[in-house]
Design a protein around this ligand. Structure first.
Ligand code: 5GP
Length: 205
């Protein structure tokens, strides 16, 4: 997809890309990045340990519980949430730096975090990634043999809550299995259309 010439007077925008855990947000974002689409992907922080092949500062900032608490107390986080027992949050600094370069920022966070950003920055663009059917997502969570029964029940409750929040978003993209390319194209279309808006409220961080 060709990219429109940036309008130097347009305020940079924040795109919040959210959806239930396990719906495939990471895969869609990887596809968008691989296509060379110009947007700054915000690196967030978490207290969970890195998985194999994850790199500090690229995939997440991996921080201790104490450091996370310090960031909350110092008002350094735009939003934060507890996701399946681990803490995740968006450093304001990460978004501010992109805006200073006049780059749009893309934030991939869970639904609780998306709702917090909506209260704080209603002029951001909110995109929800949905599974083809709720039953499909729940079945996928249940197929994974990695969680205990209690964890599975918790994840199912979380998924039901998350799915119920899609109406709070501006756009819904369905992530059909084996068609991540379409979901990535649709996300790029949404961002491109939003870039062409005549009026855009600046974001004060
Ligand atoms: P994972 O541990 O699988 O990388 O991420 C678990 C969930 O946390 C995903 O839904 C992911 O989008 C979400 N997440 C990642 N970073 C943040 C963040 O900064 N804030 C919030 N609220 N959720 C996040």
């Amino acid at each position: 997809m060709s990219q429109s010439h940036p309008d130097p007077d347009r305020p940079p925008m924040l795109v919040v890309f959210s959806g239930p855990s396990g719906v495939g947000k990471d895969t869609v974002i990887r596809e968008v990045k691989a296509s060379g689409f110009d947007i700054h992907h915000v690196v967030t922080c978490t207290t969970r340990p890195p998985r194999a092949a994850e790199i500090d500062g690229r995939d997440y900032y991996f921080v201790s519980n104490d450091e996370f608490s310090r960031m909350i107390a110092a008002n350094e986080l735009l939003e934060y949430a507890d996701v399946h027992g681990r803490r995740y949050g968006t450093p304001i600094r990460e978004v501010r730096q992109a805006f200073e370069r006049r780059q749009d920022a893309l934030l991939k966070i869970d639904v609780q975090g998306g709702l917090q950003v909506k209260r704080r920055i209603p002029q951001a663009v909110f995109v929800f990634l949905a599974p083809p059917t709720p039953a499909g997502l729940l079945a996928r969570l249940n197929r994974r043999q990695t969680e205990s029964r209690e964890e599975l029940e918790q994840r199912t409750r979380d998924a039901n809550f998350e799915l119920s929040q899609r109406d709070a978003y501006d756009y819904v993209i369905v992530n059909y299995e084996d068609d991540v390319a379409s979901a990535a194209d649709e996300l790029k279309c949404v961002i491109t259309a939003e870039r062409l808006r005549v009026h855009r409220q600046p974001i004060d961080l």
